[in-house]
Design a protein around this ligand. Structure first.
Ligand code: NAP
Ligand code: ZN
Ligand code: ZN
Length: 352
């Protein structure tokens, strides 16, 4: 077993704190990654605080992982020691069901193995995520990362990037489409960059008036403060697609009314409480509500290559691991510009 240092949530209410634990040895098909950077996703917070239920404490969150491969198993084919690699939200799946066969491991019929808070095969401990100094992952779930990039800014692509890229591709979003992005946080800012790069006209729908200049700098063409009823009226029936990233309970009617006939709102945010929606909002206008979960492994590699080619990176604030609790408080206050990324070398100065 490999002695590993990390940070964990021990219960729903206490701050995250240092936690030493063991990872499995490097198997024949595994790689060992020394973690350099890990992004901070709102899902980490939902899980750490037990908001979704089912938290297996201690929870070591983190599924936006970039690091260097320091060991490979005997049968590893596609990775070498010294390479930069990434790990996103999944570390395994059944690999045999129809979703897995279709490259849609995120919809694995047996349930994919999450990077954290999932049962770990052969061990009586759960999987532990990227708020740690190293991770062992089967090579099939490891991504190639081009080294000549700002790697801290690449980390958030592993969740925020793929979660927004996948639905944009699935619905063939591009030139001629009007896209609304609800919530300018980690997912939202990537949705703006990606939808703009695909040729769509992008409008940010935000509760924070002070994010307007940033939205434009990120590539948005319009900015609407959703508390401003007049501004909202201007975009009624306007959008072909709305990407909804809101992490808190909101009325879906307000947003769905901004869709044109046959428009689609794609839900990405997972608020702990169910949102409200009147059937009539969909019926008048034949509108649709859909959902989308991260993306498959092959699609994640496609997204990383697309971003490298178009020079798309996350806008980030780098923190040390001992600032994680403040980062969570700021995330809850909507004060994220636009993703926190932990410099994992800061773990060296902590002890459990
Ligand atoms: P985030 O960085 O905290 O961004 C969420 C944004 O939503 C905020 O910045 C804020 O933007 C807006 N918002 C927050 N509270 C709101 C409220 N009460 N009313 C209206 N808008 C509000 O979070 P994130 O990391 O992007 O994650 C967003 C959600 O997606 C979370 O629920 C997360 O668990 C989920 N998620 C889903 C998937 C998936 O596969 N579907 C993957 C990753 C994450 P403004 O200031 O602009 O209003
Ligand atoms: Zn995430
Ligand atoms: Zn499967």
């Amino acid at each position: 077993m490999l002695e590993t240092k990390g940070y964990a949530a021990f219960d729903p209410n206490s701050p995250l704190a240092p936690f030493n634990f063991q990872r499995r040895d490097v198997g024949p098909h595994d790689v060992l990654i020394e973690i350099m950077f890990c992004g901070v996703c709102h899902s980490d917070l939902h899980t750490a605080k037990g908001e979704w239920g089912g938290a297996m404490y201690p929870v070591v969150p983190g599924h936006e992982i970039v690091g260097r491969i320091v060991r490979v198993g005997d049968h590893v084919k596609n990775f070498r020691v010294g390479e930069i690699a990434g790990v996103g939200c999944m570390v395994d799946s059944c690999r045999t069901c129809s979703s897995c066969q279709d490259g849609l491991e995120q919809y694995c019929e047996k349930g994919f193995i999450g990077t954290y808070n999932s049962p770990e095969a052969g061990l009586d401990t759960p999987t532990y995520g990227g708020y740690s100094n190293q991770i062992v992952v089967a090579e099939e779930f490891v991504l190639h990362i081009q080294e000549n990039q700002d790697l801290a800014r690449v980390a958030p692509l592993l969740c925020a990037g793929i979660t927004t890229y996948s639905p944009l591709r699935h619905w063939n979003v591009g030139q001629g489409h009007k896209v609304g992005v609800v919530g300018l946080g980690g997912l939202g800012h990537m949705a703006v960059k990606l939808a703009a790069a695909m040729g769509a006209e992008v409008t940010v729908l935000s509760t924070s008036p002070n994010k307007e200049a940033d939205a434009q700098a990120l590539g948005a063409h319009k900015f609407v403060v959703t508390k401003d009823q007049e501004a909202l009226k201007q975009v009624r029936g306007y959008f072909d697609f709305i990407i909804n990233t809101v992490s808190a309970k909101v009325s879906l009617d307000m947003y769905a009314n901004l869709l044109r006939r046959d428009g689609t709102m794609i839900l990405l945010g997972v608020p702990p409480e169910a949102p409200e929606l009147h059937a009539a909002t969909l019926i008048f206008g034949r509108r649709r509500i859909a959902g989308s979960l991260i993306g498959g492994i092959a699609e994640t590699q496609e997204m990383l290559d697309f971003c490298a080619q178009h020079n798309i990176l996350s806008d980030i604030e780098v923190i040390n691991i001992n600032q994680i609790n403040t980062a969570y408080d700021r995330m809850l206050a909507g004060d994220v510009k636009y993703r926190f990324v932990i410099d994992m070398s800061s773990l060296e100065n902590t002890s459990a």
